[in-house]
Design a binder for this molecule. Structure first.
Ligand code: NOJ
Length: 508
């Protein structure tokens, strides 16, 4: 059996650890808190978790500024806690992906501190430096920081200023100080990053979501060097851990999967997928999933089909309902029926669905001041609302690290018949159990305007899926057999009759 067979019916749940559940009452979420909520995640039907970074960090970019790749930040607990999480998750049939940030570190990372020293040492080439403070560390789209270090040079920045770019070299150096990406001087860094992956895989994680995976080699316009670098690193790591799963933040699946060798790439709100992704959920009243919209699914389906065809059966597209970077949250600007339709869409496409914590209970964006370098994203990272108690059941602390917002809780949704939470659970279960909904099963789009109608087939099963994103009352001439799940729609002979936003998933 394919070692990664489980991915075909996988449903992932993304957790921002600061805000999921605070077990020790200090106001911040922690690993122990995630362990205590594993039954909730398993009950939701998810068999995969992606954890945003929880490594030692000054948190000037939500932990994407790593100061020690091999240690859990004390804010969240210990390495032992994380290993226990892997084990407890596994007992419930859940695999855990960590967040790997290979493109940059925090400027407090010991490697950077050594690299910034005036005297040459073994870390001097770990980061990209210009030869003196009067020269920029040039490269396509690179920004630099100058005058901050004892070293006479400027360092290249991969994202924020305190995230110096690790040095995987240049595909086409244009200056004598730029190191060609295949130069042996760069191998020690590669070995370190491979070592980080092996370290956590050895402790029981299932793989990694890889941050800014396209960013490694500089001046690499067609990304061929970056892709080759990934293939080489994968062959080292997969040699030892063949079952390890890698999902990239690249937003260009043909390249990330087809060329770089990732198992999956996210279809996201930037890069090659941007217009198609944004058209679905995040264009306010113009979104496809919006009451009164035209239901213009064509931009999404056209891009998706084209990209899927280019994957060549090597891996999959991962489709998130939202994530810690997306503003606003999925439920913003939508009523419950429309959000349910969005979940039906996410759960029935040949793409691996990723649900962002709290979206399953309709949590909304909160306008907040920036914390931990979140800027406007901070409002999409607030504490999970568990119940009607103190701090919505997130924490016993007098004050929580991020403020708890308003809205329904998981407990009240649980008690309310027909709530979004019940729908998400039913859809995730369906996704996990119906062979025709597997990511590898076929998709045939029958209608891409107004109501999306498509056929999924595989494993001896054929299903008709219809998703109404806008609430229009319409009758459509599609015949189907037994309905497996539906809301806002009934089957009347040869007709699908929608009375509201919703979905129909039926056998044919
Ligand atoms: C993408 C991450 O998702 C985001 O949160 C972070 O700020 C940047 N990469 C930089 O690591």
């Amino acid at each position: 059996m394919d070692r990664k067979e489980w991915l075909k019916s996988a449903v992932f749940y993304e957790i921002y650890p600061t805000s999921f559940f605070d077990a020790n009452g200090d106001g911040v979420g922690d690993v122990e808190g995630i362990i205590r909520k594993l039954d909730y995640i398993a009950g939701l039907g998810c068999n995969g978790i992606w954890l945003n970074p929880l490594f030692c960090s000054p948190f000037r970019d939500g932990g994407y500024d790593v100061a020690d790749y091999k240690r859990v930040d004390p804010r969240f607990g210990t390495n032992e806690d994380l290993v226990r999480l892997f084990k407890e998750a596994k007992e419930r049939g859940i695999r855990v992906l960590l967040d790997l940030v290979p493109g940059h570190t925090s400027d407090t990372h010991p490697w950077f501190r050594r690299s910034a020293e005036a005297a040459r040492n073994e870390y001097s080439d770990y980061y990209i430096w210009s030869p003196n403070v009067w020269t920029d560390a040039r490269g396509e789209g690179l920004r630099t920081v100058n005058g901050m270090c004892p070293r006479d040079g400027n360092y290249a920045v991969n994202f924020f200023s305190m995230q110096p770019a690790l040095n995987y070299g240049y595909a086409a150096p244009t200056e004598p100080w730029q190191i060609y990406w295949r130069d042996a001087r760069l191998l020690p860094l590669r070995r370190e990053i491979e070592g980080v992956m092996k370290f956590w895989l050895g402790l029981g994680c299932a793989g990694f979501r890889v941050d800014m995976a396209a960013s490694l080699v500089k001046n690499d316009a067609d990304k061929s060097a970056t892709c080759a670098l990934w293939r080489e690193m994968f062959s080292v790591v997969r040699g030892e851990y063949p079952e390890a799963v890698f999902v990239s933040e690249w937003s260009d699946p043909p390249r990330a999967v087809g060329e770089a060798g990732f198992d999956m790439d996210f279809f996201l709100h930037f890069g090659a997928c941007e217009p198609a992704y944004m058209s679905l959920f995040r264009r306010g009243a113009e979104s496809v999933f919006s009451r009164g919209s035209k239901g213009a699914f064509a931009p999404f389906f056209d891009t998706f089909a084209q990209m899927r065809a280019q994957l060549g059966g090597n891996g999959f597209i991962a489709l998130p309902g939202g994530n810690h970077d997306m503003v606003p949250r999925l439920a913003d600007g939508k009523d419950e029926a429309v959000v349910k339709a969005a979940y039906a869409f996410l759960s029935t496409l040949p793409a691996v669905p990723f649900f962002y914590y709290g979206d399953e209970i309709g949590m909304r964006y909160q306008k907040l001041d920036s914390k931990d370098g979140g800027y406007d994203r901070t409002g999409s990272r607030t504490p999970m609302r568990w119940n009607g108690g103190k701090n919505a059941g997130f924490s016993d602390a007098e004050e929580t690290y991020l403020p708890v917002g308003e809205g329904e809780s998981a407990e009240s949704m649980e008690a309310r018949e027909g709530s979004l939470l019940h729908t998400v659970r039913a859809l995730a279960r369906l996704r996990r159990t119906q062979p025709a909904l597997a990511v590898s099963a076929e998709l045939r789009v029958l209608q891409k305007e107004g109501v999306a109608v498509y056929e999924r087939s595989g494993g001896g099963q054929r299903l008709l899926v219809a998703v109404n994103p806008n609430g229009a009352a319409v009758s459509l001439p599609f015949a189907a057999g037994k309905a497996l799940a539906s809301e806002g729609c009934t089957l009347e002979g040869e007709t699908l009759a929608f009375t509201d936003a919703g979905y129909m998933i039926a056998q044919i």
